[in-house]
Write a protein that binds this ligand. Structure first.
Ligand code: DGY
Length: 327
């Protein structure tokens, strides 16, 4: 029986789907990331890989695993994949778009409000026994009502966040994208801005772009310097899009007001990171899509993709469709 390697325990339904489709599954259950050379060895004897977690699918990996008939990622992001190498070795790769847009937008919304009201820091003050008396001038946050939400990357997740912000707080929506999002302009009155205009006008700026050579380190001293002093920076996309030391300095010097991060660089974030002690900062451990409902859908989507690849069919969520032209 042909075998699929699954690099984390995922939903039973998704595993059962693969098995009922006629494939055996090998599940890696250790609570640690797999070193690339170990993953290459594990892939021996398997025809499909369902990759969960930060596995690097690069030239070295692909040249050693040319026998794979497909790789299904259980994530929407594919910044760890070298698509040119995948094409040259004829390996189709899929991701899990759409099904996680609402959950991830919820996480961005949660961070926006939590930062605005200093929620995580307040929780810690109680745990430290510092809740003593009512001081009407202490720990004041910001209101979001009527403020401007800037979205960098108004795609599926950014649009969900914009809808929530509009519905909850009548926020004005501005955005910067490679392409205009006419649906958002019609539905939400979203206004297209240049990147510099987005920096200058956003009260909350939320990042929803892929990590690429162009977006790596995009939020640095220069970018933070163009933002408003009351601005809240939210990143639920990838940690490497912001420059952490520059973010820390921008917060310490009051260049911007607060930050909410679901992604850091590196991950996990060190427990002594000074960002964790700041009043106007909330950090989460990359849980954007971590709901029971969404993880079930992601696992099932990845399972369906890998089964399609093994049957010689086009993976429904293939990210390198051009690979099929050369097969
Ligand atoms: C995604 O789906 O890309 C999440 O960030 C998990 O990696």
């Amino acid at each position: 029986m042909e075998k699929v390697l699954v690099t984390r325990r995922i939903s039973d339904n998704a595993l059962a789907f693969i098995q009922k489709s006629g494939y055996e599954t090998t599940i890696y259950t250790e609570i640690k990331n797999i070193a690339q050379n170990d993953l290459i060895k594990m892939c021996e004897g398997h025809v499909g890989l369902l990759s969960v977690g930060p596995n690097k699918i690069d030239e070295h990996f692909l040249s050693s695993c040319k026998h794979l008939k497909g790789i299904a990622l259980m994530s929407v992001g594919y910044d760890k994949v070298d698509l040119d190498a995948a094409n040259s070795y004829g390996v189709p790769i899929s991701n899990t778009p759409d099904v996680l847009s609402e959950a991830t937008a919820d996480t961005a919304f949660l961070l926006m409000l939590a930062v605005a009201r200093k929620a995580f820091f307040m929780h810690k003050t109680i745990a430290r026994g510092e809740w003593q008396f009512f001081n009407p001038m202490q720990y004041l946050g910001q209101e979001l009502h009527g403020k401007t939400l800037g979205v960098l990357g108004l795609g599926r997740i950014g649009l969900e966040l914009a809808k929530k912000a509009k519905a909850a707080y009548h926020m004005n929506i501005v955005y910067h994208n490679r392409n205009r999002n006419e649906q958002a302009e019609r539905q939400l009155g979203a206004k297209y801005l240049t990147f510099d205009e987005l920096l200058a006008q956003s009260d909350v700026l939320s990042v929803h772009v892929n990590l690429t050579n162009e977006t790596k380190g995009l939020f640095d001293k220069n970018a933070f310097g163009k933002m408003k002093p009351n601005a809240i920076f939210i990143n639920t996309a990838r940690g490497a899009i912001h420059h952490e030391e520059d973010l820390l300095a921008a917060l310490q010097h009051g260049t911007i007001w607060g930050a909410g991060l679901d992604v850091t660089n590196p991950e996990p974030m060190d427990k002594n990171n000074p960002l964790l002690d700041m009043e106007n900062v909330c950090v989460l451990p990359h849980i954007g899509s971590a709901t029971e409902e969404t993880r079930e859908k992601m696992a099932m989507m990845a399972a369906q993709n890998i089964v399609a690849a093994l049957r010689g069919e086009q993976m429904p969520q293939v990210i390198n469709p051009e690979v099929y032209e050369s097969l």
